[in-house]
Write a protein that binds this ligand. Structure first.
Ligand code: KIV
Ligand code: ZN
Length: 383
């Protein structure tokens, strides 16, 4: 039986922390409504104690969506938790996400604390949050670099205190995929109360491993993924929602999400434009080149059968169609195909002649579009 993976979208919280990407309340509400249509299970709408604007945004998102759980971030501090609870008061399904650092580096250099004191503060934060909402997620920041025995103990204690979800973030994007699998397996096997909570993956992309680590975490037993549209987020970003959704769809690994994949590309565009953050052309799934074929060998294979070079159809992710970009690396097959679409049917000698002229042009102008081809054909006829 396929197992459900809960999609926790943090575009509006971790994504929005990026300098230059700040959103107004109206923009957050607009994106939240689209995330609801996309089928995310949880929307992390903001960090209410951080500013009056963010407090208001969490409140307005709570009113605007009905299906997903709305989550608000807080540190393991009473004032933060109370602000989160207040901002969530209109949410149909509210969740407070509270937590504290778990690695020795954070415990010493960020909190000047001890492992014992961290457990005490974590437990009391979860218990405090439980006074306001039933659904409390605990995050153990910098879990990726935390001592595993301690992490297992901390996880068990917060579950006993009432945490429904325990988030074990690789905050610094440090862990390797095989290590992530082993670490989450260790937690699954060494936390006595593990059955009472869901383990969540929240991985940063500092070494380009966020997606791989999230998949490894799922394979080891995590059932929630914390992701953002376009992988937007602190430094090198967070795990991309679109990558996880499509990996689980394309590979039949025995997991599924509720994501309506045909909305991925439109939402990517909306987030990129609203946050003023361009998507790199070669970004998996939603980049401009994700379904563009440019070399002669690939174009020839693609024209013979799309599956030669595509593992999913563009329509599945909301892109109209694949494209064949004509450059000096293109072959005769791609040129002939494009000319036929434009109404020019050429026999071999004519095609050879046009192909040579096309190559000269492509060397000069790099990318040859339909207009250029028509001009090329007109010039060829008049020679
Ligand atoms: O990366 C991280 O550890 C976080 C937590 C606040 C959940 O974003
Ligand atoms: Zn984060």
């Amino acid at each position: 039986m396929s197992q459900k993976i809960y999609v926790f979208d943090t575009t509006l919280r971790d994504g929005e922390q990026v300098p230059g990407c700040q959103l107004t309340t109206d923009e957050k509400v607009m994106i939240a409504k689209q995330l609801e249509k996309l089928g995310v299970d949880i929307i992390e709408a903001g960090f209410p104690i951080s500013s009056p604007g963010d407090f208001k945004s969490v409140m307005e998102v709570s009113k605007a969506v009905t299906e997903p759980t709305v989550c608000a971030l807080s540190r393991a501090v009473k004032g933060d938790i109370e602000a989160a609870a207040e901002a969530l008061k209109f949410a149909k399904r509210p969740r407070i996400h509270t937590g504290i650092g778990a690695s020795d580096i954070h415990i010493k250099h960020k909190f000047n604390s001890t492992r014992e004191q961290i457990i005490e503060q974590a437990v009391s934060a979860v218990k405090h949050a439980k006074k306001f909402v039933e659904d409390v997620e605990f995050y153990a920041e910098d879990s990726g670099r935390a001592n595993l025995e301690f992490l297992a103990k901390l996880t068990d204690e917060v579950i006993k205190a009432g945490a429904t979800v325990v988030n074990l973030p690789d905050t610094t994007g440090y862990v390797l995929p095989n290590e992530m699998f082993e670490r989450i397996s260790y937690i699954m096997n060494n936390v006595p109360n593990i059955d009472k909570a869901i383990i969540s993956m929240h991985n940063h992309n500092d070494l380009g491993l966020a997606t791989a680590n999230t998949i490894a975490g799922i394979q080891a037993g995590a059932r929630q993924v914390e992701v953002t549209i376009n992988g937007i987020g602190e430094r090198a970003g967070n795990t991309s929602l679109e990558e996880i959704a499509m990996i689980l769809k394309v590979h039949k690994l025995g997991y599924h999400t509720n994501i309506e994949s045909t909305l991925l590309s439109p939402l990517s565009l909306l987030v990129s434009q609203t946050m003023r953050m361009p998507v790199q052309a070669n970004k998996a799934i939603v980049g401009r080149n994700a379904f563009a074929h440019s070399s002669g060998i690939h174009q020839d294979g693609f024209l013979k059968h799309t599956e030669n070079y595509e593992i999913m159809s563009p329509q599945e992710v909301g892109v109209d169609k694949s494209s064949i970009v004509l450059t000096a690396r293109s072959g005769r097959h791609a040129l002939k195909h494009r000319l036929e679409i434009l109404g020019f049917k050429l026999e071999k000698p004519e095609l050879d002649y046009i192909y040579n002229r096309f190559l000269d042009l492509a060397d000069r102008i790099k990318e040859v579009n339909d207009k250029d081809l028509v001009i090329l054909m007109k010039e060829a006829v008049s020679v």
